[in-house]
Write a protein of this length. Sequence first.
Length: 116
Amino acid sequence: MKFINDLSDDAVLKEIGHRITQYRLNQDKTQAILAQEAGVSNRTMARIEHGDSVQASSIIRILRALQLVENLDTLLPEPAVSPIQQLKMQGKRRQRASSKSAKSKKEEPWWWGDEE
């Protein structure tokens, strides 16, 4: 299954659990052994593979034990800064998003029948 935006959170968690199970089996490890190597409980390991919600740190520990943590770069690549933004910031790092000011939004009077 491919990860797409239309998938529910539950479907994504189940697919992550399924993939972790397959990597674990490919490395010929039991749930108990992988849980011990990752420093998580056996119950947490079972919950991850079942597709239940767990803490992100538990998934990171499992990925580290499976030697997959470097794949997080593919999951969340480092964002590129647009050239225009670089010019505006002149080497500074952006820390906040700007909001649209209420004054800049030109409001026109609304009339019944103008919904089209």
